[in-house]
Design a protein around this ligand. Structure first.
Ligand code: ZN
Length: 459
């Protein structure tokens, strides 16, 4: 059984990668592409990192894994959960809360017990799994934090390196990586951990997550710079060199490389709250008086109907549909889902292996739109109404922040939703990011969880 390295470069678009290969910006990835196959795959909706990395790690869409967005409303606790739409939004939601939600609760509470992470599935079969900086890290082994004054342990894979806060082994790196992003030190931390693991060949499966590209692409736009890709390539070169160069690396490991979502240019930040000026919004009014909760960030938003909301879901959806910043609004209506787009409507529901639909098909011409929306609506942590932004628009977060003029993602649109998919030593390229974990498990001869829809390869 051959070992496998999964590399995820946050926010890398297929076009940026193809351009980089052509222009020589990413020599190491080019070598991997030459040794294997390069294609494209589809992300989850909303196409935002906490949702997508969880889909990559569990092989499930949000209806199964239950992570709904970067920011969402916890109905049981009556509060907004903020994973970090922006530093300002994190501060606004309460720095301690943000810390607890992002570091602990996302894995220990929000991630559904029904979902199985690739770390859990592999280590249950006696294989050694390693995770570097992956936000969906749930595993079987206890790790105590390295930060003084923080005591609560987490359950992660046996080889676990998480922003210097948790480390299964001391590699001699500093524990402040998370605070020095602009200088590139988040991926610098990942490199140190990756070099350490590859030098010792101390795993069967390594999940190597590089986040700096997304940060750079938000600032300059997906077409604005190749610096993110250049840096990611350097981080990959670090682990390749740790194995003794590309030939020895590929002798030892098969490789999957993808991103979690794409990015599109944004020109304008819009306060979606403007659609509901006559209603009491959670956060703006005391919770007992709030009629709806609106959670918006990047290019996706959700509306939660709270007790006392005078409008039904179709009425709320119609208001949103009329706003120029909105491309698609979707909600459940009995056994159907209803999607609205600029005056047109499509009703849909699963039927056998396909879909039963009525209305105008052009409403959902985005990649895998029905499947992705259906699963997002089935998530108990999601709002009743899901919103996908119009081209070039971003919704402002709770602190009023946005990335205009730069890059963003989150919507159903192809640019936000399409990712590069590169494989070396793997027969079939995953067509969706939710096919990555089942592909990894099958590679090791392990049957994926029953919710996986990926058929086994014909023998
Ligand atoms: Zn992002």
């Amino acid at each position: 059984m051959r070992k496998l390295v999964l590399i995820v470069i946050d926010g890398l678009t297929p076009t940026a990668l193809e351009r980089g290969i052509e222009s020589g910006t990413c020599p190491t990835i080019s070598q991997l592409a030459a040794a294997g196959q390069l294609g494209r795959a589809i992300s989850a909706f909303p196409s935002l990192t906490p949702v997508c990395l969880t889909s990559i790690a569990t092989g499930a869409l949000p209806g199964i894994h239950h992570i709904p967005h970067l920011v969402w409303f916890d109905r049981e606790q009556g509060r907004v959960v903020e994973y970090g739409s922006s530093f300002a939004a994190a501060r606004r939601s309460g720095a301690l809360r943000w810390w607890r939600d992002t570091i602990y609760a996302m894995n220990a509470e929000h991630l559904s017990p029904e979902a199985v992470t690739v770390f859990e599935a592999l280590e249950d079969e006696g294989l050694r799994a390693a995770g570097i900086n992956v936000t969906c890290y749930r595993g079987r082994q206890r790790h105590s934090p390295l930060v003084p004054g923080v005591a609560r342990p987490v359950l992660g894979p046996s080889r676990f390196f998480f922003y210097g806060l948790f480390e299964s082994c001391d590699t001699g790196t500093s524990s402040t990586a998370v605070f020095k992003r602009a200088s590139g030190s988040v991926d610098g931390y990942a490199e140190t951990a990756g070099r350490w693991l590859v030098t010792r060949d101390d795993f069967d499966f390594l999940f190597y997550y590089l986040s700096d590209n997304d940060y750079i692409s938000h600032a300059f736009g997906p077409e604005g710079t190749d610096e993110g890709l250049r840096r990611a390539d350097r981080s990959i070169a670090t682990i390749v060199e740790a194995a003794g160069g590309i030939d020895s690396f590929l002798e030892r490991y098969d490789v999957l490389l993808c991103s979690d979502h794409g990015q599109m240019p944004v020109r304008e930040g819009v306060r979606l709250e403007r659609c509901f000026d006559d209603l009491s919004l959670a956060g703006r009014h005391a919770l007992r008086r709030a009629q709806i909760a609106l959670t918006a960030s990047n290019r996706a938003a959700m509306v939660y109907r709270l007790a006392g909301c005078p409008l039904e879901s179709p009425e709320l959806a119609l208001r949103l549909e009329g706003d120029p910043s909105v491309e698609v609004v979707c909600y459940r209506d009995g056994a159907d889902a209803v999607a609205l787009r600029k005056g047109a409507e499509l009703r849909f529901a699963p039927a056998g292996k396909g879909w039963r639909t009525s209305g105008e098909e052009r409403v959902l011409d985005q990649p895998d739109a029905r499947e992705r929306l259906w699963s997002a609506l089935a998530n108990p942590n999601a709002g009743e109404i899901l919103i996908s932004a119009a081209p070039e628009v971003e919704f402002t977060d709770i602190a009023g922040r946005h990335h205009a003029v730069g890059g963003s993602h989150g919507s159903l649109e192809r640019g936000d939703s399409e990712v590069p998919m590169l494989a070396v030593g793997i027969e079939r390229l995953p067509a969706s990011i939710a096919e990555v974990a089942p592909t990894v498990l099958r590679h090791f001869g392990i049957e994926p969880p029953s919710y996986s829809t990926v058929p086994p390869l014909a023998v």
